[in-house]
Design a protein around this ligand. Structure first.
Ligand code: NAP
Length: 357
């Protein structure tokens, strides 16, 4: 193993996750260049230990017992760009801080990512769940990714269409979960392009501006997220979370009819495939939960009912219990099964994304 890759033992994962929960990694190494990935994987195979890859730590729940084997944190953060007239292709290393990347694009007048301001985590994690917010999503601008294919044991370039991006989903979360390690992502942005203003909540706050700039849209998105405690901020009482805890369910027409029988006023947003997206936060409140509700050291964010928050002395087990409580409550009241958004590490088998208690 090259000297920079030699793993450290018993490294706290709570220290590098936004929930600040969970036990240590048995072995931990940072990967700062693409060539290190196969070397680290080969080393782990020779030691016969499992490998877990971590991005920014903002969308994971680590078990109290920690993680066996080798945890790799990707820190590649190089950025390169090619500008051709008004077309920009910008490539960002998987370990780069996503929001700093968005801030740089906005400052240069490159349109396409402005509504994705303030999303926590690393750039490499964004194609995995096709991150989206305020009417913009990674699928709109992703050009390609470069990844290490653990199955074919080689570096590969995957064009956007090959990533099979869907609503908060991709092949990296579904049929090829665990197969690829994203090393960098290339986005096709537009120099001098107009900001995206398709989301009423954001457009409403910009009515004073005749033609809002990218920077003004970014500011409004950041302010909106801050009001909902959806910006990572250590001083916020809701600061220890992994953002939205459940995905917004997308229902078939038959499922929607069933829901409407129990909750006639359920808000819905039509999808291109004929299905209907329902806000999970609305379902949670409709099932009787409320913002700021607590069960000991964990609870629901006081600013957004979709976020679960860890307070002082919380454990991952308590967070999981709260997640079950909310999911079971919504299932009993409304017959809709919520699926969690974060990845659970070190818990054993999951059912519809949630580990058993
Ligand atoms: P919100 O604005 O309260 O919206 C809740 C739900 O209603 C979302 O499913 C949203 O769809 C939908 N919605 C609201 N207005 C809509 C419209 N005009 N047209 C279509 N759908 C509409 O959501 P929030 O929880 O405060 O989050 C704000 C934004 O950040 C949302 O876009 C949300 O999806 C996004 N977000 C993304 C992630 C992620 O990518 N992992 C995590 C947290 C939040 P959309 O989801 O399609 O916007």
């Amino acid at each position: 193993m090259s000297p920079g890759l030699i793993p450290r033992r018993a490294v706290s994962l709570a220290a590098i996750t936004s929930l600040q929960l969970g036990g240590p990694a048995e072995l931990f190494a940072e990967v700062s260049q693409a060539a290190d990935v196969p070397e680290a994987l080969d080393w782990a195979a020779r030691q016969n230990v499992p490998v877990t890859v971590l991005g920014g730590g903002s969308n994971v729940v680590v078990a109290d017992g920690g993680l066996p084997g080798l945890v790799l944190q990707l820190t590649l953060d190089e950025e390169t760009s090619v500008v051709d007239g008004d077309d920009v292709l910008v490539t960002i290393g998987a370990g780069a801080h996503w929001d700093s990347f968005v801030a740089r694009a906005v400052a240069r007048g490159w349109a396409g990512l402005e509504c994705l301001s303030g999303i926590p985590g690393s750039a490499g994690a964004t194609p995995i769940q096709n991150v989206g917010a305020y009417g913009q999503e990674v699928a709109d601008t992703l050009f390609a990714i470069r990844a290490y294919d653990r199955q074919l044991r080689t570096l590969r370039q995957l064009e956007r269409a090959e990533c099979e991006l869907g609503y908060r989903s991709s092949r990296f979360k579904t049929r090829d979960a665990g197969r690829f390690i994203v090393l960098d992502a290339t986005f096709a942005l537009r120099r001098g392009g107009a900001p995206h203003l398709g989301y009423p909540e954001i457009a409403r706050r910009l009515t004073r501006h005749a033609q809002p700039t990218l920077a003004e849209v970014r500011d409004v998105v950041l302010a909106t997220r801050r009001e909902k405690s959806m910006l990572l901020d250590a001083s916020d009482e809701n600061g220890r979370s992994c953002g939205s805890f459940f995905l917004n369910p997308v229902l078939t027409s038959a499922q929607l009819e069933q829901l409407r029988a129990r909750a006639p006023s359920a808000p819905t947003y039509p999808q291109a495939d004929g299905r209907h997206k329902v806000p999970a936060a609305w379902l949670i409140e409709q099932a009787g939960f409320r913002k700021g509700q607590r069960w000991g050291a964990v609870g629901i964010s006081s600013r957004h009912s979709l976020a679960l928050v860890a307070h002082a002395s919380a454990t991952s087990r308590q967070l999981l219990e709260a997640a079950h409580r909310v999911r079971d409550g919504v299932a009993q009241a409304l017959d809709v099964l919520l699926e969690p958004e974060p990845i659970f590490l070190g818990f054993g088998s999951t059912q519809h994304g949630l580990p058993a208690l």
